[in-house]
Design a protein around this ligand. Structure first.
Ligand code: GDP
Length: 433
């Protein structure tokens, strides 16, 4: 593990991402071949004009008014479907289209509070002025030693928010480098200066350089008469299929016709789990059961989507550990063979240091194991279980930092509507609180 071990980690010296390294091929390489694939199982075909506002339809296997509980079936447990409770897909508007609000206004900045206290008429004015004076006039230019206490405090604060340690360390180093030798502005404390520089750095990192507008890209693909293909990748149990379904739900609300492709041909119960989502959302699913080559299943699914006019294909893949070479090779093949429009890494917001390992190794393996000289890496991140982490929002930062890819979706619950955009301002505020 390490920040400098992957092609994906290349950055310019000022700590910014080298996004050009992560630019992806947009052309699709999949040509129509002789094809015998069939949609083995599908819900009633999606009508792109139809909104997903079906009234309380309850499927056979769905307890009425049940809360969503897509409990992850135990691996190798045979049929995973029995663990899935199904309710209807009528859950209102996806939160993707609402502004995310994370309340973090309540607390004043510590420095402001301190200054505020000192500013009271009864404060010891002399002490306040002399301390300010010391920090301004005592040093002409900031030196590393001046910055260290404030940076150490900031690093610790980031780590309490679940930012991976090496990322917190790197960030502090780059903030130190950006401030060293600079003059402290008048009436400014070192700690405030360091905090402001860190805030700038965090906003810069979390704000995507290259915005990916899925809806725009879907329409562009449609004009070329090609389905827009998204491949969902990640380790086991992070919420891949649940959040794939949430993305489908959001797309349906934008009148985009969606097809699912069941390419987790590895884990028992995975196909059934996806089929349940497809049925509830009333969208077609392409499946070929288990033990088929997922790359081929995906290819056939995309061909089928082109035939039946589905605008988007959401490809579910088997969860895999980042060190599992055979499965990583299979994933690399799937991506190489199908050249999807978007490779979405699904990761839990709960992870701390492991976020770095997961993402850097996924990217590294995709690069190393690809048959292409110009391999595709991860394009974007879907961060799940954001509702369970309170203020420990650090995984968002660690993942973006390590991959250079933006967080495109945030899963924040177990309903189809529980999908949001990342609120960069709120995250930064929470990280520095
Ligand atoms: P997969 O194995 O990666 O496909 O994971 P699943 O989609 O089966 O999800 C695993 C578990 O995480 C299920 O119990 C889901 O309901 C739960 N889950 C998924 N996304 C979220 C989320 O955003 N918030 C919460 N609280 N739970 C989630």
């Amino acid at each position: 593990m390490g920040l400098a071990n992957g092609k994906e980690n290349a950055r310019s010296n000022n700590g910014a991402f080298d996004v050009s390294k992560l630019q992806k091929l947009k052309s699709k390489g999949v040509k129509k071949t002789t094809d015998t694939s069939v949609v083995v199982s599908k819900g009633s075909k999606a009508d792109p004009k139809k909104k997903v506002t079906k009234k309380n339809r309850v499927w056979d296997d769905s307890p009425k008014d049940a809360k969503l509980d897509f409990t992850d079936p135990v691996e190798g447990n045979g049929n995973g479907n029995e663990n899935i409770q199904v309710v209807t897909a009528d859950q209102g508007e996806s939160m993707m289209d609402k502004e995310e609000i994370i309340s973090s206004d309540s607390e004043e900045d510590e420095e402001d509070e301190e200054v505020g206290k000192d500013s009271k008429p009864d404060a010891k004015k002399k002490g306040w002025f002399s301390s300010m004076f010391q920090s301004i006039a005592g040093k002409a230019n900031l030196e590393k030693a001046d910055l260290e206490p404030a940076l150490k405090a900031l690093k610790d604060r980031l780590m309490t928010k679940n930012v991976a340690e090496e990322i917190a360390e790197k960030l502090c180093e780059s903030v130190a480098a950006s401030l060293e030798g600079k003059k402290l502005a008048s009436f400014t404390r070192i700690s405030s200066t360091v905090q402001a520089a860190m805030e700038d750095a965090l906003v810069r990192i979390l704000t995507p350089r290259r915005s990916i507008d899925i809806l725009r890209d879907v329409h562009a693909a449609k004009e070329q008469r090609k389905p827009y293909v998204v491949v969902f990748v990640g380790v086991n149990g992070v919420g891949k299929s649940t959040n794939l379904a949430k993305v489908a739900y959001w797309l349906l609300q934008h009148k985009v016709s969606v097809m699912m492709a069941a390419c987790d041909t590895f884990r028992s119960g995975a196909v059934e789990q996806l089929r349940t989502h497809a049925r509830r959302l009333q969208i077609p699913i392409f499946e070929k059961g288990y033990e088929k080559d997922p790359a081929v299943v995906a290819k056939e699914a995309i061909q089928e989507a082109a035939r039946n006019g589905s605008e988007v294909v959401l490809v579910d893949t088997a969860g895999r550990m980042q060190d599992n070479e055979p499965l990583m090779r299979a994933l690399s093949k799937l991506i190489y063979l199908n050249n999807p429009d978007l490779v979405l890494f699904v990761g839990e917001a709960l992870v701390g240091n492991d976020a770095v390992d997961q993402l850097s190794k996924f990217n590294q393996k995709l690069a190393d194991l690809s048959a292409s000289p110009n391999p595709r890496l991860i394009d974007g991140i879907l961060l799940t279980k954001f509702d369970t982490i309170d203020d420990k929002v650090g995984a968002a930062l660690s993942m973006v930092y390590i991959s250079g890819s933006p967080v495109m979706f945030v899963g924040c619950g177990q309903s189809y509507t529980d999908l949001k955009k990342l609120n960069v301002k709120a995250i930064v505020k929470t990280l520095l609180k």
